[in-house]
Design a protein around this ligand. Structure first.
Ligand code: AMP
Ligand code: MG
Length: 484
């Protein structure tokens, strides 16, 4: 098949990227192709599954029309400035315009060294490939803006990590791979021409309406702030912890990107962290809004020379835009948790907010399972008896008191909002780890089963029951690793 590539990033000035072909791999094997995403992109699924398709997905033969590049970017990692990062293990094949007219990047992750690889090997181990596949597709099914998984392949190579592991390549589809760190890369070099081109490019791809505003650059900043406020509120509502919210891992499109040591919480605690590299808890569940704000402030700084003629005017406008983040986040957060608790619209915001806070404090104190709490409450609201909900509480009297308060505030209960906001299935860590463990032993069946179940997270079925369960004490995963 001829893929109708229509590449625009590769038309930007040469200093935006390095041209780089993917590495050859010895024995590629297809693990999974995402049929519905392939159809969205107008790609022929049968072709993707064919030997020629595998040659593309493994990097062995970039298809006609692709222009493989590694993108340049910089970033703050855990608050520390790194002037040059860039795609060290990812290669952008090109862009296609999907069936809805949206331009999408097709990128191979783990496709070999690039000029940005520094000391790294440019490769990915199979585990992180499968993890990104499962978690990004779960996010999509849960209704969260996210990059997507088109395919996962095994390369037949062994990659050197703490131990030798089978290698893999992940094909990622994104609205774009432009990060806050991409802006920082050029700002740090005082390259105003590049910043202008990058902003124009990002506006035309993600926020075309900003182009018609009297101040398109400011409108762009405001748009990124708005989409990030919405995105991070969604993460919090699902108990999701990104794990590495460095500025190079924040996409200006508003999609969740770079699923490394991310995780969904089982037992709720606002200071919950999984990432083995986040020792101080910088990116804990409850810190994500303030880190989002911090990252957006770094983006705003890069745009100061472009927003107005004087730095002072720019600063005033940028600060006003940044002030909106907190308001927007709070509003999405409140709306989301009101829905999760079925609190009807007639209840005043302040009253709802206080009840949400009290509820989360109680859940944290008793380390209740985040997903089960809301889903069992949803079942109760739909007519089930209270027993399954009650057993989440170590103390029955706390449960009846809380239920009394809830019934008082959430009457008549907005059951539809609860059903829409409280999934049955999330990618629980012990399930993801189990799928990876079996895959390393050559058995991909648990991975496929999990991927299938995660595609329908709001459905109750006999199959979903088993995946809904919280981990037993011996199954709890405490740490997740980057380790690609
Ligand atoms: P991350 O924290 O995973 O978003 O990656 C941070 C930076 O490290 C990016 O510039 C990556 O391209 C680079 N990187 C991560 N793993 C590798 C690897 N195995 N080889 C080369 N570069 C890598
Ligand atoms: Mg990254």
């Amino acid at each position: 098949m001829i893929i109708p590539f229509d590449n625009t990033y590769a038309r930007l000035p040469e200093r935006f990227f390095a041209r780089q072909n993917p590495a050859q791999v010895p024995a590629p094997q297809l693990i999974r192709v995402n049929d519905s995403l392939a159809a969205e992109l107008g790609l022929d699924v049968e072709w993707l599954r064919s030997p020629d398709g595998l040659r593309m997905l493994s990097g062995n033969c970039p298809p006609r029309g692709s222009e493989p590049i590694a993108q340049a970017y910089a970033g703050h990692q855990f608050g520390g400035w790194v002037p040059q990062l860039g795609d060290g293990r990812a290669i952008l094949l090109g862009e296609v315009v999907d069936k809805k007219g949206v331009r999408r990047d097709i990128q191979l992750k783990g496709a070999g060294r690039t000029p940005f690889s520094r000391g790294g090997d440019g490769k990915a181990a199979l585990g992180p490939v499968l993890r990104e596949y499962l978690v990004s597709e779960a996010m999509y099914a849960l209704g969260v803006p996210t990059t997507r998984a088109l395919a996962a392949v095994a390369t037949g190579e062994t990659v050197a990590r703490e131990r030798g592991l089978p290698g893999g390549i992940f094909t990622r589809v994104a609205a774009s791979h432009i990060r806050v760190g991409t802006f920082q890369f050029f700002a740090a070099r005082n390259d105003l021409d590049a910043l202008r081109s990058l902003t124009e490019h990002a506006i035309s791809r993600h926020y075309p309406a900003a182009a018609d505003s009297p101040n398109p650059i400011l409108a762009f900043l405001q748009s990124v702030i708005a989409t990030q406020a919405r995105l991070i509120a969604k993460w919090l509502q699902l108990g999701f912890i990104h794990g590495v919210m460095n500025t190079d891992n924040m996409a200006v499109s508003g999609e969740t990107i770079d699923f490394g040591p991310c995780a969904f919480m089982d037992a709720f605690h606002p200071q919950c962290v999984f990432s083995s590299i986040d020792q101080r808890g910088r990116y804990a569940w409850g810190n994500q809004p303030s880190i989002g704000d911090w990252n957006l402030t770094r983006l705003a700084e890069t745009l100061l020379p472009l927003i107005a003629d004087s730095q002072d005017d720019s600063r005033v406008l940028a600060e006003a835009a940044l002030d909106q983040f907190g308001h927007a986040f709070q509003s999405h957060y409140r709306t989301g948790f009101r829905g999760k608790l079925g609190i009807p619209e007639a209840v005043a915001d302040a009253e709802a907010a206080a009840f949400i806070d009290r509820t989360l404090s109680m859940m944290a104190r008793d380390e209740m399972d985040f997903t089960l709490f809301f889903r069992r409450l949803t079942r109760l609201a739909s007519g089930a008896d209270a027993s399954a909900f009650e057993i989440l509480f170590p103390d029955r009297s706390v449960c009846s008191q809380w239920l009394g308060e809830w019934r008082a505030i959430a009457a008549p209960v907005a059951v539809d909002a609860m059903l829409a906001g409280n999934p049955v299935i999330i990618p629980r860590n012990h399930r993801v780890e189990e799928a990876i463990r079996h895959a390393y032993a050559g058995d991909f069946a648990p991975f496929h089963r999990l991927a299938d179940v995660l595609a329908r997270p709001f459905e109750e079925s006999s199959e979903s029951r088993e995946y809904e369960r919280a981990p037993e004490p011996h199954e709890v995963v405490h740490e997740t690793f980057c380790g690609t």
